[in-house]
Design a protein around this ligand. Structure first.
Ligand code: ATP
Length: 540
């Protein structure tokens, strides 16, 4: 199958193209191919209404292939077109939209010469493919074709069904889009990280992660630990939701402007984006810890309520995404105050004076508190007082023994952790918090829109903190509003939202939990800086 990337020139493709073909059921159709659409009109006398017209948008097409006849005497050829069109689905009184697969096959029988028929089928297939790959939106490139992906699957992610989900939904889509891939099932924690650290990346056009956000976190850090990190981190990444939080996958779906979907429908949406192969820039954040360990993060840095829920809810993993709901309710019932110092560099602030420039070498995926469960919680409208420091010390996945990296771009906005923050930073006067989180993508979970204004490469961290004193009920309302991304307009006096380029957090308690991209990391003072557009991701 000829699938080389060609400059799309409608004139060269002689558009519009018209033709008459039969489908597998011998019904005759006329096809009209324009720059953006394929119009299919029934002309035969088979069952169904003659003359019915279907218009399919080429932007919904992921592939088209031509094929010759399989049996000797048959001189016909054919081509198959694969669309994933957006359809409305009614659920009760409300409707939702999702992508549904449409496969069309047409036979070319115009000539008695099989080669002529095959050439005609190839001409149509080529023109449909070219029309389908017209870049849209703010993409920086598209994955060259034909292409080969490395697909990493974490069999333990989510409810442990990532591999089955891949086989049932994604495998066929990749075939239809003419994408070949090498499948690697991860065997343990850090396997993916080690693999991409050592791999010959030139073999693949993209590294795709079918898991939760934790496996992508490993891959990003594995790439940044390489000597050739600058080139390696330019490898297009892909994400397919197979975990329980799936925050980046949900963010990318949200950025595409589509209506929210969950579970397998989100997987099909992300599979579709992967097949379209449009590459966008992705911001990364370098996170520096007291031990001089430095990690790279694409999603979130969290402390307090959010971090505790993320880690404590691990034990409810078998229930999938609902694990965050359960964790949130449990933590709400024993709400704590977390004491510490928070400082940040606001995004609108001018660049720091040069004297501060030096290189340091050094989720809550909490989620849906659904209203049914919320009613079952006996929420008291009592104000919390400075109850206690966090005493929930969880074993971090990423400890100071983990390699981390001293490589990567210098953190020009940060000074060493043992020095005071630069004078032009804002130091938060409160020192009692319920939660502190910096997020750099819109979602913290499939159904939790923490930073609705965020974009893949907006060059800022969205810092949200909740001051102590908020009632359980108000906090619950905040999470419920977050399901629609409405929490920042509730005017809750305990909630602060600010866009920042860098921040520092110094917890006072000796034990506790800090998460980066949903993974527990070394607990203690931590600071972070955004590095705009450092990585690349296949997005819609
Ligand atoms: N074969 C494996 N066995 C056990 N753990 C693994 C394996 N492969 C990867 N891991 C680890 O599993 C952890 C969780 O993975 P991941 O975050 O991708 O899924 P999840 O927790 O279900 O999803 P989410 O982060 O969206 O909630 C990661 O830290 C990863 O290192």
């Amino acid at each position: 199958m000829d699938s080389a990337t060609l400059e799309w020139d409608p004139a060269a493709a002689a558009l519009p193209m018209r033709g008459e073909f039969t489908c597998e059921a011998r019904v005759r159709y006329t096809l009209l191919l324009t720059e953006r659409e394929l119009t299919v009109q029934k002309v035969g006398t088979g069952r169904g209404k003659p003359g019915a017209v279907t218009v399919l948008e080429l932007q919904d097409c992921i592939g088209c292939c031509a094929y010759g006849a399989e049996v000797g005497a048959d001189t016909s050829a054919g081509f198959a077109v694969f669309f994933y069109t957006v359809r409305r689905r009614w659920a009760g009184l409300s409707s939702a939209q999702r992508r549904c697969r449409v496969e069309l096959r047409f036979r070319v029988t115009g000539s008695s010469d099989p080669r002529t028929n095959l050439e005609e089928a190839q001409r149509w297939a080529r023109a449909i493919r070219q029309g389908s790959s017209l870049p849209t939106g703010s993409v920086c490139a598209d994955v060259r074709r034909p292409c080969r992906f490395l697909v990493l699957i974490n069999p333990q992610s989510g409810k442990g069904q990532a591999q089955a989900l891949f086989n049932n939904h994604v495998q066929r889509m990749l075939q239809e889009a003419d994408i070949t891939y090498t499948l690697q099932i991860t065997e343990r924690q850090n396997h993916a990280r080690e693999l991409v650290r050592e791999a010959d990346l030139s073999q693949w056009d993209a590294v795709v992660i079918m898991s939760g956000d934790g496996l992508l976190f490993e891959v990003v850090n594995g790439l940044m630990e390489r000597e050739d990190w600058e080139k390696a981190i330019q490898t297009p990444l892909g994400i397919l939701p197979g975990g329980s939080g799936n925050a980046l996958a949900a963010s990318m779906h949200y950025y595409s402007g589509a209506q929210p979907v969950w579970g397998e429908e989100l997987l099909v949406s992300c599979g579709f984006m992967l097949c379209k192969g449009l590459v966008s820039h992705l911001d990364l954040v370098s996170v520096c810890m007291g031990s001089s360990q430095r990690l790279f993060s694409f999603l979130s840095l969290a402390w307090g309520f959010v971090a505790d829920v993320d880690i404590e809810s691990e034990k409810y993993r078998h229930v999938g995404a609902a694990r965050f709901t359960m964790g949130t309710l449990v933590r709400l019932a024993s709400l704590r105050v977390y004491k510490g110092k928070l400082a940040y560099l606001p995004a609108e602030e001018p660049q720091p004076p040069q004297s501060h420039v030096r290189s340091t070498s050094n989720d809550f995926n909490s989620s849906s508190v659904n209203s049914h469960l919320s009613r079952t919680l006996n929420c008291q409208n009592n104000l919390l007082h400075n109850s206690c420091n966090s005493n929930n010390a969880h074993k971090p996945n990423w400890t100071s023994e983990s390699p981390g990296t001293t490589q990567g771009p210098p953190d020009t906005l940060l000074v060493p952790l043992d020095q005071p923050v630069p004078a032009h930073w804002t130091v938060v006067k409160e020192e009692d918090f319920v939660l502190v989180m910096a997020v750099y993508q819109s979602h913290l979970a499939e159904d939790l829109i923490a930073a609705p204004a965020s974009r893949l490469d907006d060059g800022v961290m969205h810092l949200i903190y909740v001051k102590a004193g908020i009632s359980r009920q108000a906090l619950l309302c905040l999470f419920l509003a977050m399901e629609k991304g409405a929490h920042l307009s509730t005017n809750c006096p305990f909630v602060v939202y600010v866009k920042v380029r860098a921040l520092r957090l110094e917890p006072y308690s000796p034990k506790g939990t800090i998460t980066v991209d949903g993974e527990a990391v070394e607990y203690g003072p931590v600071q972070a800086q955004i590095h705009g557009s450092l990585a690349r991701i296949i997005a819609g």
